[in-house]
Design a protein around this ligand. Structure first.
Ligand code: CO
Length: 463
Protein backbone atom coordinates (compact mmCIF):
# COMPACT_ATOMS: atom_id res chain seq x y z
CA UNK A 1 0.00 0.00 0.00
CA UNK A 2 1.34 3.43 -0.86
CA UNK A 3 2.03 5.90 1.99
CA UNK A 4 -0.49 8.69 2.56
CA UNK A 5 0.75 12.02 1.25
CA UNK A 6 0.28 15.17 3.30
CA UNK A 7 -0.38 18.74 2.18
CA UNK A 8 0.56 21.31 4.83
CA UNK A 9 -1.99 24.12 5.07
CA UNK A 10 -0.57 26.31 7.87
CA UNK A 11 0.54 29.06 5.52
CA UNK A 12 -2.89 29.44 3.89
CA UNK A 13 -5.89 27.79 5.46
CA UNK A 14 -4.32 27.26 8.91
CA UNK A 15 -3.73 30.92 9.69
CA UNK A 16 -6.80 31.96 7.71
CA UNK A 17 -9.00 29.74 9.88
CA UNK A 18 -7.48 30.71 13.23
CA UNK A 19 -5.89 34.17 13.06
CA UNK A 20 -7.76 35.93 10.26
CA UNK A 21 -4.88 35.35 7.79
CA UNK A 22 -2.53 37.68 9.64
CA UNK A 23 0.81 35.79 9.35
CA UNK A 24 3.39 38.17 7.95
CA UNK A 25 5.94 37.18 5.33
CA UNK A 26 8.66 37.90 7.90
CA UNK A 27 7.10 35.34 10.22
CA UNK A 28 6.95 32.76 7.44
CA UNK A 29 10.36 33.07 5.80
CA UNK A 30 12.70 31.92 8.64
CA UNK A 31 11.07 28.46 8.89
CA UNK A 32 10.56 27.72 5.20
CA UNK A 33 13.79 25.81 4.60
CA UNK A 34 12.89 23.50 7.51
CA UNK A 35 9.40 23.02 6.09
CA UNK A 36 11.01 22.15 2.79
CA UNK A 37 12.77 19.20 4.51
CA UNK A 38 9.65 17.55 5.93
CA UNK A 39 8.64 15.60 2.86
CA UNK A 40 5.22 17.18 2.36
CA UNK A 41 3.36 16.43 -0.84
CA UNK A 42 2.74 20.18 -1.10
CA UNK A 43 2.49 23.37 0.93
CA UNK A 44 -0.60 25.50 0.47
CA UNK A 45 0.58 29.09 0.59
CA UNK A 46 -1.72 31.29 -1.44
CA UNK A 47 -5.43 31.98 -1.89
CA UNK A 48 -8.12 34.63 -1.71
CA UNK A 49 -7.74 35.59 1.93
CA UNK A 50 -3.92 35.51 1.95
CA UNK A 51 -3.89 37.80 -1.09
CA UNK A 52 -6.50 40.16 0.35
CA UNK A 53 -5.02 40.30 3.86
CA UNK A 54 -1.54 41.08 2.49
CA UNK A 55 -2.84 44.17 0.74
CA UNK A 56 -5.51 45.19 3.24
CA UNK A 57 -3.92 44.60 6.65
CA UNK A 58 -0.23 43.85 6.26
CA UNK A 59 0.87 46.42 3.67
CA UNK A 60 2.53 43.59 1.76
CA UNK A 61 2.55 42.73 -1.92
CA UNK A 62 1.11 39.19 -2.20
CA UNK A 63 3.11 38.59 -5.38
CA UNK A 64 6.31 39.48 -3.52
CA UNK A 65 5.38 37.02 -0.77
CA UNK A 66 4.99 34.25 -3.31
CA UNK A 67 8.31 35.13 -4.94
CA UNK A 68 10.11 35.07 -1.58
CA UNK A 69 8.56 31.74 -0.57
CA UNK A 70 9.45 30.18 -3.91
CA UNK A 71 13.06 31.29 -3.54
CA UNK A 72 13.48 29.27 -0.34
CA UNK A 73 11.19 26.30 -0.99
CA UNK A 74 13.12 24.30 -3.56
CA UNK A 75 11.84 20.74 -3.14
CA UNK A 76 8.22 21.02 -2.07
CA UNK A 77 5.39 21.89 -4.42
CA UNK A 78 3.60 25.16 -3.73
CA UNK A 79 -0.16 25.12 -3.91
CA UNK A 80 -2.84 27.77 -4.15
CA UNK A 81 -6.62 27.85 -3.89
CA UNK A 82 -8.63 29.48 -6.66
CA UNK A 83 -12.37 30.12 -6.88
CA UNK A 84 -12.69 29.29 -10.56
CA UNK A 85 -14.13 32.16 -12.56
CA UNK A 86 -14.24 34.21 -9.32
CA UNK A 87 -10.43 33.89 -9.02
CA UNK A 88 -9.74 35.23 -5.53
CA UNK A 89 -12.74 37.57 -5.45
CA UNK A 90 -16.48 37.31 -5.04
CA UNK A 91 -17.78 37.78 -8.59
CA UNK A 92 -17.13 36.38 -12.03
CA UNK A 93 -14.20 37.84 -13.91
CA UNK A 94 -13.79 37.99 -17.67
CA UNK A 95 -11.89 35.11 -19.27
CA UNK A 96 -8.86 37.25 -20.17
CA UNK A 97 -8.37 38.25 -16.52
CA UNK A 98 -8.71 34.62 -15.40
CA UNK A 99 -6.19 33.45 -18.00
CA UNK A 100 -3.65 36.15 -17.22
CA UNK A 101 -3.97 35.67 -13.48
CA UNK A 102 -3.32 31.94 -13.73
CA UNK A 103 -0.40 32.40 -16.10
CA UNK A 104 1.25 34.89 -13.75
CA UNK A 105 0.63 32.77 -10.63
CA UNK A 106 2.36 29.80 -12.22
CA UNK A 107 5.16 31.99 -13.54
CA UNK A 108 5.76 33.30 -10.01
CA UNK A 109 6.08 29.83 -8.54
CA UNK A 110 2.75 28.07 -8.00
CA UNK A 111 2.92 24.34 -8.90
CA UNK A 112 -0.55 23.11 -7.99
CA UNK A 113 -3.77 25.05 -8.40
CA UNK A 114 -6.79 23.74 -6.51
CA UNK A 115 -9.76 25.20 -8.28
CA UNK A 116 -13.40 25.02 -7.25
CA UNK A 117 -16.77 26.51 -8.01
CA UNK A 118 -19.15 27.26 -5.17
CA UNK A 119 -22.03 25.64 -7.09
CA UNK A 120 -20.00 22.79 -8.60
CA UNK A 121 -21.05 24.16 -11.99
CA UNK A 122 -18.20 22.97 -14.20
CA UNK A 123 -18.88 25.68 -16.78
CA UNK A 124 -17.40 28.05 -14.20
CA UNK A 125 -14.19 26.00 -14.19
CA UNK A 126 -13.69 25.60 -17.94
CA UNK A 127 -11.51 28.66 -18.49
CA UNK A 128 -9.35 28.15 -15.40
CA UNK A 129 -8.77 24.45 -16.01
CA UNK A 130 -7.70 25.18 -19.57
CA UNK A 131 -5.41 27.99 -18.45
CA UNK A 132 -3.86 25.85 -15.68
CA UNK A 133 -3.20 23.04 -18.16
CA UNK A 134 -1.66 25.47 -20.62
CA UNK A 135 0.54 27.05 -17.96
CA UNK A 136 1.93 23.58 -17.19
CA UNK A 137 0.78 23.51 -13.56
CA UNK A 138 -0.99 20.63 -11.82
CA UNK A 139 -4.72 21.18 -12.03
CA UNK A 140 -6.69 19.92 -9.06
CA UNK A 141 -10.47 20.28 -9.33
CA UNK A 142 -12.21 20.46 -5.99
CA UNK A 143 -15.71 19.31 -5.11
CA UNK A 144 -17.46 21.84 -2.88
CA UNK A 145 -18.77 19.23 -0.50
CA UNK A 146 -22.20 19.61 1.03
CA UNK A 147 -25.18 17.46 1.91
CA UNK A 148 -28.75 17.70 0.63
CA UNK A 149 -31.25 15.47 -1.06
CA UNK A 150 -29.46 16.00 -4.39
CA UNK A 151 -25.89 15.68 -3.07
CA UNK A 152 -25.57 11.90 -2.83
CA UNK A 153 -22.65 9.67 -3.77
CA UNK A 154 -23.89 9.39 -7.38
CA UNK A 155 -23.83 13.19 -7.67
CA UNK A 156 -20.17 13.30 -6.60
CA UNK A 157 -19.23 10.38 -8.87
CA UNK A 158 -20.76 12.17 -11.87
CA UNK A 159 -19.06 15.43 -10.92
CA UNK A 160 -15.67 13.75 -10.49
CA UNK A 161 -15.96 12.09 -13.90
CA UNK A 162 -16.72 15.49 -15.41
CA UNK A 163 -13.63 16.94 -13.69
CA UNK A 164 -11.47 14.15 -15.09
CA UNK A 165 -12.82 14.75 -18.58
CA UNK A 166 -12.36 18.49 -18.27
CA UNK A 167 -8.60 18.11 -17.68
CA UNK A 168 -8.10 17.69 -13.93
CA UNK A 169 -4.85 16.03 -12.82
CA UNK A 170 -6.33 15.20 -9.41
CA UNK A 171 -9.55 15.70 -7.47
CA UNK A 172 -10.10 17.12 -4.02
CA UNK A 173 -13.11 16.62 -1.79
CA UNK A 174 -13.26 20.04 -0.19
CA UNK A 175 -15.26 19.89 3.03
CA UNK A 176 -15.09 23.52 4.11
CA UNK A 177 -17.65 23.12 6.90
CA UNK A 178 -16.21 19.94 8.40
CA UNK A 179 -19.47 18.03 7.90
CA UNK A 180 -18.20 14.95 6.06
CA UNK A 181 -18.77 12.15 8.57
CA UNK A 182 -16.24 9.28 8.91
CA UNK A 183 -18.33 6.37 7.66
CA UNK A 184 -19.84 8.32 4.79
CA UNK A 185 -16.32 9.48 3.85
CA UNK A 186 -15.30 5.83 3.69
CA UNK A 187 -18.10 5.04 1.22
CA UNK A 188 -17.51 8.19 -0.82
CA UNK A 189 -13.74 7.77 -1.12
CA UNK A 190 -14.07 4.08 -1.93
CA UNK A 191 -16.54 4.78 -4.73
CA UNK A 192 -14.55 7.66 -6.18
CA UNK A 193 -11.37 5.58 -6.18
CA UNK A 194 -13.23 2.97 -8.20
CA UNK A 195 -14.72 5.45 -10.64
CA UNK A 196 -11.88 7.85 -11.41
CA UNK A 197 -8.28 7.24 -12.34
CA UNK A 198 -6.57 10.33 -10.96
CA UNK A 199 -5.34 10.91 -7.37
CA UNK A 200 -7.86 11.88 -4.73
CA UNK A 201 -7.27 14.35 -1.89
CA UNK A 202 -9.40 15.21 1.14
CA UNK A 203 -9.57 18.65 2.70
CA UNK A 204 -11.59 19.16 5.85
CA UNK A 205 -11.93 21.30 8.98
CA UNK A 206 -12.14 20.34 12.65
CA UNK A 207 -15.09 22.68 13.24
CA UNK A 208 -17.57 20.00 14.25
CA UNK A 209 -14.99 17.81 16.00
CA UNK A 210 -14.94 14.83 13.64
CA UNK A 211 -12.21 15.68 11.11
CA UNK A 212 -9.44 13.35 12.34
CA UNK A 213 -11.80 10.39 12.40
CA UNK A 214 -12.94 11.24 8.89
CA UNK A 215 -9.32 11.30 7.71
CA UNK A 216 -8.64 7.91 9.22
CA UNK A 217 -11.64 6.33 7.51
CA UNK A 218 -10.68 8.05 4.24
CA UNK A 219 -7.17 6.61 4.55
CA UNK A 220 -8.64 3.15 5.04
CA UNK A 221 -10.74 3.69 1.93
CA UNK A 222 -7.67 4.59 -0.13
CA UNK A 223 -7.44 8.39 -0.17
CA UNK A 224 -4.11 9.47 -1.71
CA UNK A 225 -3.52 12.83 -0.03
CA UNK A 226 -4.90 14.62 3.05
CA UNK A 227 -4.57 18.23 4.26
CA UNK A 228 -3.25 19.00 7.73
CA UNK A 229 -1.81 22.01 9.58
CA UNK A 230 1.22 22.05 11.88
CA UNK A 231 -0.08 21.86 15.49
CA UNK A 232 0.09 25.57 16.48
CA UNK A 233 -2.26 26.35 13.57
CA UNK A 234 -4.41 23.24 13.76
CA UNK A 235 -7.75 22.13 15.20
CA UNK A 236 -10.62 24.46 16.00
CA UNK A 237 -11.88 25.78 12.67
CA UNK A 238 -8.59 24.70 11.01
CA UNK A 239 -7.34 21.27 9.87
CA UNK A 240 -6.20 18.38 12.11
CA UNK A 241 -2.60 18.66 13.35
CA UNK A 242 0.08 17.38 10.97
CA UNK A 243 2.06 15.70 13.77
CA UNK A 244 -0.99 13.95 15.25
CA UNK A 245 -2.01 12.56 11.87
CA UNK A 246 1.56 11.53 10.99
CA UNK A 247 1.83 9.74 14.36
CA UNK A 248 -1.54 8.07 13.88
CA UNK A 249 -0.58 6.75 10.47
CA UNK A 250 2.90 5.67 11.54
CA UNK A 251 1.83 2.28 12.88
CA UNK A 252 -0.55 1.53 10.02
CA UNK A 253 0.16 0.03 6.64
CA UNK A 254 0.03 3.43 4.95
CA UNK A 255 2.32 5.44 7.27
CA UNK A 256 3.24 8.87 5.91
CA UNK A 257 6.83 9.64 4.99
CA UNK A 258 7.03 12.84 7.03
CA UNK A 259 10.08 13.55 9.19
CA UNK A 260 8.64 13.80 12.71
CA UNK A 261 11.72 15.51 14.20
CA UNK A 262 11.60 18.28 11.66
CA UNK A 263 7.86 18.63 12.25
CA UNK A 264 8.59 19.18 15.92
CA UNK A 265 11.11 21.93 15.11
CA UNK A 266 8.51 23.65 12.95
CA UNK A 267 5.89 23.44 15.68
CA UNK A 268 8.33 24.92 18.21
CA UNK A 269 8.98 27.80 15.83
CA UNK A 270 5.30 28.61 15.31
CA UNK A 271 4.21 28.24 18.95
CA UNK A 272 5.35 31.65 20.23
CA UNK A 273 3.95 33.26 17.07
CA UNK A 274 0.55 31.67 17.73
CA UNK A 275 0.81 32.82 21.38
CA UNK A 276 1.42 36.37 20.23
CA UNK A 277 -1.81 36.34 18.22
CA UNK A 278 -3.68 34.82 21.14
CA UNK A 279 -2.40 37.54 23.46
CA UNK A 280 -3.30 40.37 21.10
CA UNK A 281 -6.82 38.98 20.59
CA UNK A 282 -6.56 38.10 16.90
CA UNK A 283 -6.86 34.43 17.81
CA UNK A 284 -10.36 34.33 19.29
CA UNK A 285 -10.60 31.35 21.69
CA UNK A 286 -14.10 30.74 20.29
CA UNK A 287 -12.68 29.35 17.03
CA UNK A 288 -11.03 26.56 19.03
CA UNK A 289 -14.30 25.18 20.38
CA UNK A 290 -15.91 22.19 18.70
CA UNK A 291 -19.20 23.31 17.18
CA UNK A 292 -21.43 20.29 16.46
CA UNK A 293 -24.11 22.76 15.33
CA UNK A 294 -22.30 22.83 12.00
CA UNK A 295 -23.43 19.25 11.54
CA UNK A 296 -27.03 20.09 12.32
CA UNK A 297 -27.33 23.28 10.31
CA UNK A 298 -24.62 22.63 7.69
CA UNK A 299 -23.23 26.04 8.47
CA UNK A 300 -19.43 26.46 8.19
CA UNK A 301 -17.67 27.74 11.32
CA UNK A 302 -16.56 30.99 9.70
CA UNK A 303 -20.16 31.67 8.77
CA UNK A 304 -21.33 31.22 12.36
CA UNK A 305 -18.95 33.87 13.66
CA UNK A 306 -19.91 36.15 10.76
CA UNK A 307 -23.54 35.69 11.64
CA UNK A 308 -22.97 36.48 15.29
CA UNK A 309 -21.25 39.76 14.49
CA UNK A 310 -23.94 40.67 11.92
CA UNK A 311 -26.67 40.13 14.51
CA UNK A 312 -24.71 41.92 17.21
CA UNK A 313 -24.45 44.93 14.89
CA UNK A 314 -28.24 44.90 14.51
CA UNK A 315 -28.76 44.45 18.24
CA UNK A 316 -30.55 41.20 17.48
CA UNK A 317 -28.44 38.53 19.13
CA UNK A 318 -31.62 37.04 20.60
CA UNK A 319 -32.61 36.02 17.04
CA UNK A 320 -29.52 33.80 16.58
CA UNK A 321 -31.32 30.47 16.94
CA UNK A 322 -34.13 31.59 14.66
CA UNK A 323 -31.67 32.67 11.97
CA UNK A 324 -29.78 29.39 12.30
CA UNK A 325 -33.01 27.52 11.61
CA UNK A 326 -33.82 29.80 8.68
CA UNK A 327 -30.49 29.11 6.91
CA UNK A 328 -31.36 25.54 5.77
CA UNK A 329 -34.78 26.79 4.61
CA UNK A 330 -33.25 29.53 2.46
CA UNK A 331 -30.75 27.02 1.17
CA UNK A 332 -33.54 24.67 0.15
CA UNK A 333 -35.42 27.54 -1.54
CA UNK A 334 -32.31 28.31 -3.56
CA UNK A 335 -31.70 24.76 -4.77
CA UNK A 336 -29.24 23.61 -2.08
CA UNK A 337 -26.10 25.64 -2.92
CA UNK A 338 -23.04 24.48 -0.94
CA UNK A 339 -22.32 27.00 1.81
CA UNK A 340 -18.95 28.21 0.62
CA UNK A 341 -17.79 31.72 -0.32
CA UNK A 342 -19.62 33.66 -1.74
CA UNK A 343 -22.81 31.60 -1.33
CA UNK A 344 -22.38 31.17 2.43
CA UNK A 345 -22.44 34.94 2.96
CA UNK A 346 -25.37 35.38 0.54
CA UNK A 347 -27.54 32.67 2.09
CA UNK A 348 -26.65 33.88 5.60
CA UNK A 349 -27.58 37.46 4.80
CA UNK A 350 -30.89 36.44 3.23
CA UNK A 351 -31.70 34.37 6.33
CA UNK A 352 -30.93 37.36 8.56
CA UNK A 353 -33.18 39.61 6.44
CA UNK A 354 -35.99 37.03 6.47
CA UNK A 355 -35.99 36.89 10.25
CA UNK A 356 -35.27 40.51 11.15
CA UNK A 357 -37.78 42.01 8.70
CA UNK A 358 -40.46 39.65 10.00
CA UNK A 359 -41.38 38.52 6.48
CA UNK A 360 -39.57 36.06 4.23
CA UNK A 361 -38.05 37.68 1.10
CA UNK A 362 -39.41 41.12 1.96
CA UNK A 363 -35.85 42.37 1.51
CA UNK A 364 -33.72 40.65 -1.13
CA UNK A 365 -30.03 41.50 -1.72
CA UNK A 366 -28.97 42.15 -5.31
CA UNK A 367 -26.64 39.12 -5.22
CA UNK A 368 -29.51 36.76 -4.41
CA UNK A 369 -31.48 38.10 -7.37
CA UNK A 370 -28.47 37.59 -9.62
CA UNK A 371 -28.04 34.09 -8.27
CA UNK A 372 -31.64 33.19 -9.07
CA UNK A 373 -31.15 34.66 -12.55
CA UNK A 374 -28.36 32.13 -13.06
CA UNK A 375 -25.53 34.64 -13.08
CA UNK A 376 -23.51 32.60 -10.56
CA UNK A 377 -24.15 29.36 -12.43
CA UNK A 378 -26.68 26.57 -12.23
CA UNK A 379 -28.18 25.80 -8.81
CA UNK A 380 -27.61 22.15 -7.77
CA UNK A 381 -31.37 21.51 -7.64
CA UNK A 382 -33.92 23.48 -9.68
CA UNK A 383 -35.47 26.47 -7.91
CA UNK A 384 -39.26 26.35 -7.46
CA UNK A 385 -41.21 28.63 -9.80
CA UNK A 386 -42.95 30.21 -6.84
CA UNK A 387 -39.66 31.17 -5.16
CA UNK A 388 -38.28 32.34 -8.50
CA UNK A 389 -41.30 34.53 -8.95
CA UNK A 390 -41.00 36.00 -5.44
CA UNK A 391 -37.33 36.84 -5.98
CA UNK A 392 -37.06 38.01 -9.61
CA UNK A 393 -40.69 38.33 -10.79
CA UNK A 394 -40.83 37.50 -14.48
CA UNK A 395 -37.22 38.43 -15.23
CA UNK A 396 -35.39 35.91 -17.41
CA UNK A 397 -33.03 33.20 -16.18
CA UNK A 398 -29.87 32.81 -18.27
CA UNK A 399 -28.87 29.40 -19.58
CA UNK A 400 -25.40 30.15 -20.98
CA UNK A 401 -22.09 30.00 -19.09
CA UNK A 402 -22.22 33.16 -16.94
CA UNK A 403 -18.79 34.40 -18.06
CA UNK A 404 -19.95 34.33 -21.70
CA UNK A 405 -21.85 37.50 -20.85
CA UNK A 406 -18.77 39.33 -19.59
CA UNK A 407 -16.66 41.45 -21.95
CA UNK A 408 -12.86 41.11 -21.82
CA UNK A 409 -11.64 43.31 -18.96
CA UNK A 410 -7.87 43.42 -18.60
CA UNK A 411 -7.46 46.54 -20.78
CA UNK A 412 -10.15 48.32 -18.80
CA UNK A 413 -8.44 47.56 -15.48
CA UNK A 414 -5.11 48.69 -16.96
CA UNK A 415 -6.61 52.02 -17.97
CA UNK A 416 -8.34 52.53 -14.64
CA UNK A 417 -5.25 51.98 -12.52
CA UNK A 418 -2.93 53.78 -14.98
CA UNK A 419 0.62 54.62 -13.93
CA UNK A 420 0.14 53.32 -10.42
CA UNK A 421 0.56 49.81 -11.81
CA UNK A 422 4.16 48.97 -12.58
CA UNK A 423 3.48 45.43 -13.75
CA UNK A 424 0.75 43.07 -14.93
CA UNK A 425 0.72 41.69 -11.38
CA UNK A 426 -0.21 45.16 -10.06
CA UNK A 427 -3.05 45.35 -12.59
CA UNK A 428 -4.29 41.93 -11.46
CA UNK A 429 -4.16 42.95 -7.79
CA UNK A 430 -6.25 45.97 -8.74
CA UNK A 431 -8.72 43.88 -10.76
CA UNK A 432 -9.28 41.61 -7.77
CA UNK A 433 -9.37 44.11 -4.92
CA UNK A 434 -9.79 47.56 -6.53
CA UNK A 435 -9.92 49.91 -3.54
CA UNK A 436 -7.49 48.02 -1.35
CA UNK A 437 -4.94 47.47 -4.11
CA UNK A 438 -5.16 51.10 -5.21
CA UNK A 439 -4.43 52.29 -1.67
CA UNK A 440 -1.56 49.84 -1.42
CA UNK A 441 -0.04 50.90 -4.74
CA UNK A 442 -0.39 54.61 -3.93
CA UNK A 443 1.50 54.04 -0.72
CA UNK A 444 4.15 51.90 -2.38
CA UNK A 445 4.74 54.45 -5.12
CA UNK A 446 5.17 57.44 -2.85
CA UNK A 447 8.51 59.20 -3.25
CA UNK A 448 10.98 58.20 -0.54
CA UNK A 449 11.02 61.56 1.22
CA UNK A 450 7.29 61.85 1.48
CA UNK A 451 7.15 58.29 2.78
CA UNK A 452 9.63 59.11 5.55
CA UNK A 453 7.54 62.09 6.60
CA UNK A 454 4.52 59.84 6.73
CA UNK A 455 6.29 57.46 9.06
CA UNK A 456 7.40 60.22 11.40
CA UNK A 457 3.85 61.51 11.47
CA UNK A 458 2.57 58.03 12.22
CA UNK A 459 5.01 57.54 15.08
CA UNK A 460 4.06 60.92 16.56
CA UNK A 461 0.41 60.01 16.44
CA UNK A 462 0.81 56.69 18.14
CA UNK A 463 3.00 58.08 20.89
CO1 CO B 1 -10.44 25.01 4.04
Amino acid sequence: MNPVKITETALRDGHQSLIATRLKTDEILPILSKMDEVGYHAMEVWGGATFDACLRFLDEDPWERLKKIRKVVKNTKLQMLLRGQNLLGYKHYPDDVVETFIKKSVEKGIDIIRVFDALNDIRNLETSVKAINEAGAHCQCAISYTTSKVHDIEYYVELSKKFEKLGADSICIKDMAGILTPYFAYELVKRLKEEVNIPLELHNHCTSGIASMTYLKAVEAGIDIIDTAISPFSNGTSQPATESIALTLKDGIRGSKLNLDVLNDIAQYFKPIREKYRDNGILNPKVMEAEPNTLMYQVPGGMLSNLLSQLKGQNALDKYEEVLKEIPRVREDLGFPPLVTPLSQMVGTQAVFNILSGERYKIIPKEIKEYVKGLYGRSPAPIDDEIKNTIIGNEKVITVRPADLIEPGLKKYEEQIGDLAKSVEDVLSYALFPQVAKGFLENKNKPEEQYENQEIHYITVTM
